[in-house]
Design a protein around this ligand. Sequence first.
Ligand SMILES: [Zn+2]
Length: 197
Amino acid sequence: MAQGIIENLITEIMKLPGIGRKTAQRLAFFILSMPEEDAKKISRAINEVKEKARFCSECFNITDSEICSICSDSSRDRAKLCVVEEPSNIIVIERTGGFKGLYHVLLGALSPIDGMTPERLKIEELVVRMKKDEIREVILATNPNTKGEMTAQYIRERLKPFNVKVTRIAYGLPMGGDIEFADEVTLSKAIEGRREM
Ligand SMILES: [Zn+2]
């Protein structure tokens, strides 16, 4: 019986990315040895994120209310908009402290082969924001890989009718990489070195 429930926990932990059997086993036994209240905090946090997390209706960041904390922060520079692929990218860019504008999350990148067409991304919503917001600069911070580049080029075309400066984060990031894994200094340099496109 005890074997069964531990095995079950190991199986569940192994569903997480980058976690193999050995690590899952170590984590499962660690959880088993934790004080009950600490272990319950983990399970409560998982429950809460699944029950309450939703997308911000403005920028598609993860939030527990209608509008996320960044969009509702009146001290942010509303003239600058940073476009990213995933909500997790916002956390990384925020950690650099180098950007004080707003964000727009695409929820993916263009990849026609995988069926990721422009309609599947929040591109139309970005265009709508261009019409109503006072955005002066759009920084394209999609990943520096093929899909990210294609996405940046596409958005650049879509934004041509608007009187807005479009920049692309540039040097500092390795090509073929993922901004998720960039260190803060590299990412901060990349934002500083953005170029018009
Ligand atoms: Zn938001």
